[in-house]
Design a protein around this ligand. Structure first.
Ligand code: CAA
Length: 258
């Protein structure tokens, strides 16, 4: 496994684990973090031994945002020409299901990184927010679009325009968080969930994720068409035959593509 400067990356069974590792900066997301996360997760995405990815931080911070100190002196032209946050699009486009396991601060780019994942598991200590207006800017890693889709336009507007934080319970009520768990259980819950997901047939996981993504991006009619086509395509996999035969034979499926 490649050694990284700002993240810890390891595989546990069929799950790739990324742990953000800039404790002194509360895991602020600089360009090295972005490059390293994209590097390891795109490798795992191309590896059929990996069926799920977990991204997590420390107890104190998932990530306290994009690295303000790295950006502070840049000009608009530099931000534009280097496409400062552009690499994250590759992370958001992974085919493999990704779980964010969030404890502590998930602010600005940290909240936006969580929203690029498919599932957000939150410790009861998690704090979400988009404080960019406090810095004289706006969210730049997707919140004006993804937060609106996650919590609706009015809640998203209140959060983004005020820059206030919200706790895990409010985030769950708003629909941003899949599930809140006691902080001490977060990693165990993420392990159980990611192992469960990674035990399924990969083609079905890829298809389900792609169809879920289509729900965010297309009309209902187009999304439903996409779903029916993806559903039909899975009938040409050995795992569909095995899955349905196993049901009939009252046993667990032994999927080949996992
Ligand atoms: N960028 C760079 N460094 C950061 C950082 C960030 N986003 N967040 C925290 N740090 C650093 C602090 O500068 C501090 O470093 P020093 O010890 O060298 O001063 C260290 O992490 C610890 O932070 P604090 O001393 O501030 O810790 P605290 O417990 O008092 O406060 C906090 C915690 C409320 C999260 C506070 O650190 C904070 O407000 N951080 C910034 C949050 C923020 O504004 N995020 C948005 C960034 S912009 C963005 O993300 C744009 C986008 O859309 C992509």
């Amino acid at each position: 496994m490649t050694e990284y400067e700002t993240i810890l990356a390891e595989t546990r069974g069929r799950v790739g684990w990324v742990t953000l590792n800039r404790p002194k900066a509360l895991n602020a997301l600089n360009t090295t973090v972005m490059r390293e996360i994209v590097d390891v997760t795109t490798r795992w995405d191309a590896d059929d031994r990996i069926g799920a990815i977990v991204v997590t931080g420390s107890e104190r911070a998932f990530a306290a945002g994009a690295d303000i100190k790295e950006m502070e002196e840049k000009s608009g032209l530099e931000m534009l020409m280097t496409d400062h946050f552009g690499g994250w699009a590759r992370f958001a486009a992974l085919r493999t299901p990704v779980i964010a396991a969030v404890s502590g601060y998930a602010l600005g780019g940290g909240c936006e990184l969580a929203m690029m994942c498919d599932i957000i598991l939150a410790a009861d200590t998690a704090v979400f927010g988009q404080p960019e207006v406090n810095l004289g800017v706006i969210p730049g890693m997707g919140a004006t679009q993804r937060l609106v889709r996650a919590v609706g336009p009015y809640k998203a507007a209140e959060l983004i325009l005020s820059g206030r934080n919200m706790g895990a319970d409010e985030a769950e009520r708003a629909g941003l968080v899949s599930r809140v768990v006691p902080a001490s259980d977060l990693l165990a819950e993420a392990t159980a969930l990611s192992d469960q997901i990674a035990s399924k047939s990969l083609p079905s996981l890829y298809a389900a994720k792609a169809a879920l993504d289509a729900a965010q991006e297309t009309s209902l009619a187009e999304g439903l068409r996409f779903e029916r086509q993806a559903f039909a395509a899975l009938f040409d996999t050995v795992d569909q035959k095995e899955g349905m035969r196993a049901f009939r034979e009252k046993r667990s499926a032994e999927f080949q593509n996992r």
